[in-house]
Design a protein around this ligand. Sequence first.
Ligand code: SF4
Ligand code: SF4
Length: 360
Amino acid sequence: MRKLFTAQCGSYQDDSLKELIDIYFESEKDRLASASKILIKPNLLSATPPDRAVTTHPDFVRAVISSLKHFTKAELILGDSPGANFGKYEKVLDVTGIGRVAEEEGVGIVRVESYEPVQKDGFMFSSLADEVDIIINLPKLKTHSLTGLTLSVKNLFGLVPGTAKVGFHRKYPSDTELGAKIYQYFTLLGDKTLHIMDGIIAHEGDGPSRGTPIQLGIAAACSDAVGLDIAVTRMIGLKDSFCLTTAEALRTGYDASWLDVPETNVSLIKIPMSRKVRVPLFMKKFVAEQVYVKPVVLKEPCIKCMLCKKSCPVDAISVVDSYPFIDKNKCIECFCCHEVCESDAVGLQRSWLHKIMVRS
Ligand code: SF4
Ligand code: SF4
């Protein structure tokens, strides 16, 4: 039976956070005890310090790991793919403080891109999702300029490898369509996900990264991602469909009548400017098409081993003048070639707008 767990927490050290996580894991103890490999999936969007509330707070991640160890003997790994900040994973882990927590807690750090990409119903996944028995999803409660909010469903979109996520934005520039596609992607993950949301210090305004932190004191957990997203949306005083991934779930028949959401005294969060001012679709499309990162072969360090060619899931790499050559039109931006090259000969070429929008 689905159950929603919530807590009001004054800080990440609050006992109520620990109690919430313990009670939630207790309710899932059989699944956790029988798992042999568990992925912890925080929000690692960018290399920003915890007080900016762009990423899941490291103390929240630590509290989850500490509790989890009481319920399972499974191998614990932690990973994400930081979207447009692909290529700066070590820096992201360092600045967010999450790399240190994983290290201190003995949890292995993985890169989503190190696992082979697999296609499912037209969506590209990292096979990392198939390799684990359970994914513990730790979203940050944030506003999102495109999808309204980024919550449990949206956070799992981080399992799309490389900047293929950005490719999604190019393909579906309409907010509603993007929300719908992300929800469809989520449904393909099956029922191996558990969700604990960090809304203790949330992110409001022009999220997911250009807004401001807000102390909301909300932590919540549920094994039904859509139910959790709706509950949290109500707790911050917004309509269920404000989050466009939820809107698609409701449009396709999700029944939220089982939810019993507690009243909160949190103040309304500031919504993104994009939800107040409608930007014409053609402009969104233009911008989306100009934001990209593409792999490029650097001839000088290349030793012509062709590992990159072998790793490409869509045969976008051919051999020209004995060097690998990447067909940018075929490339789906999974960055497997970048991952496998041991000679640092696959560079990342950023578009002009990417350089402006994603600061190094
Ligand atoms: S894997 Fe690297 S070194 Fe090998 S052919 Fe490709 S680019 Fe060159
Ligand atoms: S060239 Fe192939 S392996 Fe490299 S990023 Fe593009 S699709 Fe992926």
